[in-house]
Design a protein around this ligand. Sequence first.
Ligand code: SF4
Length: 264
Amino acid sequence: MLLPDSFVFTQQNLQDYKDCAYRFYLKEILKLDWPAVESEPIREQEVLMLLGTRFHLLCQQYFSGIPADVLSAQITQPELIEWWQNFLKLDLHPAPGNFSVEKLNSIPFAGYRLAAKIDLLLKSDGKLTLYDWKTSQHQPKRQTLLSRMQSKVYPYVISALSANQNILPESVEMVYWYPAFPKSPVSFAYSSAQKEADQTEIELLINEIASKEKEAFRKTDNLKACNFCRFRSLCDRGKEAGTSDMADEQVDSDDAFNFDFDAI
Ligand code: SF4
């Protein structure tokens, strides 16, 4: 048993485990830091990740009540200006008490905790909409997004927490919104059947991780997973980061280098 009882599972660390068990071991058990940025010039994905962090912060400030024009005046990067203008066109003005921003939600689960930090959770007419800002330059296929642990953990945690308010999973919707692609958000409705399936899948995964010995956390055979991994130098899987034209689900600046926004 390598995990403490207080361990918190998130969509990111579960996805890490699915992508590469050794990455989970390095990050979550050895608690190794981020060697990639210091060891080479900052590359495209690192720059995008910094822009993504800035965009998330702007949204958070907007919902905390700072006027949009004050925020707009602080932005200088052309890409961020465009993302921000697209965000403002969403025209989101939730009433106080009907939304939460960057809130860490967590539940007891399989002997540990399961947490989800939701960028924006809107409540309206008994429905819950979870927004996740995706600041990548590339939109993965819908099916790829739906298969990510985020699409399971986030709606599961929110529907578990809202069960005592008589909100059914069918009233939960998740929206991946891309400021670079404002007209093509990816959204899906949750359901009781999906909640049950997600519970089973997450539980199996956590039980598997919790029962693993050190030697069983092996490096992935999928070298694509290493392109966007902070440990690529350490694992001798290349020193340079991947680029966004290496198009697959790994190219997501929120997830680039596996930065765990749920852990912040
Ligand atoms: S570089 Fe590859 S093998 Fe090493 S931890 Fe990352 S994904 Fe796993």
